[in-house]
Design a protein around this ligand. Structure first.
Ligand code: FES
Length: 141
């Protein structure tokens, strides 16, 4: 069985599994997240190949946390996912780990200013701001 997972520092997580050509979806989040998960399970039941997953990415086009995580697990499953920033610590001045910035973006911080307000990243020398922008550009549509 193959597993493709997306998770945040909050309670949200999403996992796409594949076993013998059958796809499954599991996850946890708030009520809105769980409703999206339930609706998406109907779609997932119709997927039978990687090509189906590539087409399905377009169905998750919003910047809601659910769609952001769905795009991540789908792209991981199709081999198209690329981590936008691979160092553990993104902001060295404020000692902000990359996972904190990424989780803030998943949770709704969709501008560099919102990321700074919520995480303290990019609030001193500013040299990490392009890295924040790189993650925003990779995550958001
Ligand atoms: S490295 Fe992030 S503000 Fe300096």
């Amino acid at each position: 069985m193959a597993k493709f997972r997306s998770e945040s520092l909050g309670r949200e997580w999403l996992e796409l599994t594949e076993s013998d050509g059958q796809y499954g979806l599991a996850g946890l989040g708030d009520l809105s997240f769980l409703k999206s998960l339930q609706q998406s399970r109907e779609l997932v039941g119709g997927w039978a190949s990687v090509d189906d997953l590539k087409v399905a990415v377009a169905s998750f086009a919003s910047n809601s946390i659910f769609d952001l995580m769905m795009r991540e697990v789908l792209q991981k499953a199709t081999g198209e996912w690329q981590e936008p920033f691979t160092e553990d610590e993104l902001c060295h001045c404020r000692l902000v780990p990359t996972v904190v910035v990424d989780s803030a973006i998943l949770a709704g911080a969709h501008t560099p200013e919102e990321v700074s307000r919520q995480t303290n990243a990019s609030t001193q020398c500013g040299t990490c701001r392009p890295d924040v922008e790189k993650i925003l550009a990779a995550r958001l549509r």
